[in-house]
Design a protein around this ligand. Structure first.
Ligand code: FAD
Ligand code: MLT
Ligand code: ZN
Length: 501
């Protein structure tokens, strides 16, 4: 039965996040890390920063520093006593030149919504926050190319360019807090990658500051530019380990005139795959999102936040979105697809809508899972690319291995991109459980030729597991690039790559 979407569900804003008050153990203790041979911050260093930025843009009060030291999922905690807030590329350049000369380690930070511990210091690294680098510099309404500073909040950009009929080709649950520079630095994927591709495609240019303070202008706004090596790609996804991204140029698509959504219930993972295949065939170019939510993932938001599911309980739910230019046409296509999928019994129940408030409710069901999971206690989070046929088996495998010791073992994610978010929640963190789960999860993923990081990056937590997805030769080349670009290793140390021998 195709239902009308319920309107009396509890609505919770999944956009601007703050997480629970628990304070994690210091990273150096939890993970037994040895501090690199960096200088210790002195009054002389602080005087330089105060002189450059003024007192208001240098934070050194311990209580004010705290939120910059703890990551969003409260897994890691550093001890930085110096947070810098530059406004311009030139200020970033002077900071890095000084830090490089004085062997002071730094940690670039955007919205601090990263999920792999890359955005906060491990020890006392100086945090370079892009919070005040928040200007959109240009919007070309004809080409759709925008240029903005790294600290622009994703949602703000989307709203501003939306007024001109454009949209950012990236959307994710943290959009109210994450910065575009953070998105580019993590090569964030998000909810519509299936349709709009990843940032290696839509970022046309990058301006970045190298470890020695040199400003690298690769801020091309051209769609086509085949002159020499494509250096911008070094900064897309390198998580602050090769430079600080200060500006980006992005190719933005036209905002769709018609948006439709459906929320479906199916009995088995096989039915999810069948639905995906049919969906691609029948919706073709208008399909913009195909997301999976398993029963226990939906239970996170219906349980913790009392949100209301528009359909009764099923083992799996599918969220479909279409972006097109003619509502009549798109609605007809979607309805035809739903009728045939439900007629065959592949889809057992569902609801479809194109009313903005109802579509918002559907997205909130999906996007609030990440935050809701934190209410279980401690979450071990995995962001895996797994060939689509084996996509969900990891959840069953982990259930067999860990089973009743967990509060919850669930899977959701971007099935259209073969990217599953496996989450295992427990009342609290335990080293013993950690060792039981890792490296097993990565070994398993590697045995299927998957990737240990589909979209969140490597950060601090996965740096010693890169070899499960990359060959020794590839890792050596990455280390050579790192040595060349950051010989003093001041940029985001202890992250992204394993220690070179
Ligand atoms: P931060 O967290 O501040 O930093 C992330 C990394 O980038 C760090 O290593 C940091 O050092 C580096 N960095 C930040 N800014 C710069 C810069 N200017 N120059 C150089 N390095 C920099 N990710 C996805 O891919 N898809 C999703 O669907 C998705 N959904 C999410 C939903 C929620 C609720 C949350 C909390 C996170 C989600 N994420 C998702 C994680 C995602 O990586 C981040 O939300 C986002 O891309 C990080 O941006 P940020 O500004 O918060 O960066
Ligand atoms: C998502 O798709 O919701 C994000 O990547 C965050 C998560 O993994 O929970
Ligand atoms: Zn995701």
């Amino acid at each position: 039965m195709l239902r009308k979407l319920l309107t009396n569900g509890h609505i919770r804003c999944a956009r601007r996040f703050s997480s629970s008050k628990a304070i994690p153990e210091l990273t150096k203790d939890r993970y037994n890390v040895k501090r690199g041979e960096y200088s210790l911050l002195t009054d002389g260093h602080m005087a330089f920063f105060m002189n450059l930025l003024g007192q208001n843009r240098v934070i050194n009060d311990p209580s004010e520093c705290e939120s910059y030291n703890i990551d969003w999922i409260k897994n890691v905690r550093g001890q930085s006593r110096c947070i810098l807030k530059p406004r311009t590329t030139e200020e970033v350049s002077k900071i890095l030149e000084f830090c490089n000369e004085n062997k002071l380690a730094v940690c670039p930070q955007g919205g601090n919504t990263g999920l792999v511990g890359g955005s906060v210091p491990v020890f006392d690294e100086i945090v370079i926050s892009t919070a005040l680098m928040n200007q959109i510099e240009s919007i070309d309404e004809i080409s759709g190319v925008i240029v903005c500073q790294a600290g622009c909040i994703l949602e703000n950009i989307d709203q501003q360019i939306g007024e001109k009929g454009l949209m950012v080709p990236l959307d994710l649950g943290a959009k109210g807090s994450c910065h575009i520079g953070g998105n580019v630095s993590t090569n964030a994927g998000g909810l519509r990658l299936l349709r709009y591709g990843n940032l290696h495609g839509s970022v046309l240019g990058v301006e970045a500051v190298k470890a020695n303070g040199e400003i690298l202008d690769c801020l091309s706004t051209l769609k086509k530019d085949n002159t020499g090596y494509h250096l911008k790609h070094l900064f897309i996804g390198s998580e602050g380990s090769l430079g600080v991204v200060t500006k980006v140029a992005i190719q933005c698509p036209t905002k769709p005139k018609a948006i439709n959504m459906a929320f479906l219930g199916v009995e088995s993972f096989d039915s999810v795959l069948t639905t995906f295949r049919r969906c691609k065939n029948e919706l073709g170019e208008i399909l913009s999102s195909f997301e999976l939510i398993d029963a226990l993932s939906l239970d996170v938001v219906t349980g913790h936040y009392k949100m209301q599911s528009p359909i009764p309980q099923f083992p799996f739910y599918i969220l479909i979105e279409t972006h097109g230019s003619c509502n009549e046409h798109d609605e007809e296509k979607l309805n035809r697809f739903l009728e045939s999928a439900m007629g065959d019994g592949v889809v057992l129940d569902g609801t479809a809508t194109n009313q903005p408030s109802k579509m918002k409710q559907l997205w909130e069901l999906r996007e609030s899972i990440t935050q809701g999971l934190l209410m279980d206690g401690y979450v071990f989070k995995y962001d895996l690319s797994i060939p689509i046929k084996e996509f969900y088996a990891i959840v069953d495998v982990m259930n067999e291995k860990i089973g009743k010791d967990a509060v919850r073992i669930c899977g959701y994610g971007h099935i259209g991109d073969s990217n599953i978010h496996l989450n295992l929640s427990f009342k609290e963190y335990s080293k013993e459980m950690h060792n039981k789960i890792e490296p097993f999860v990565y070994e398993y993923t590697s045995s299927l030729k998957g990737s240990v990081s589909a979209e969140h990056g490597i950060g601090f937590r996965k740096s010693k597991y890169v070899h499960y997805s990359k060959s020794p030769a590839a890792i050596n080349l990455m280390q050579d690039i790192k040595r060349m670009m950051d010989p003093n290793k001041i940029l985001n140390p202890y992250k992204v790559l394993p220690e070179s021998s």
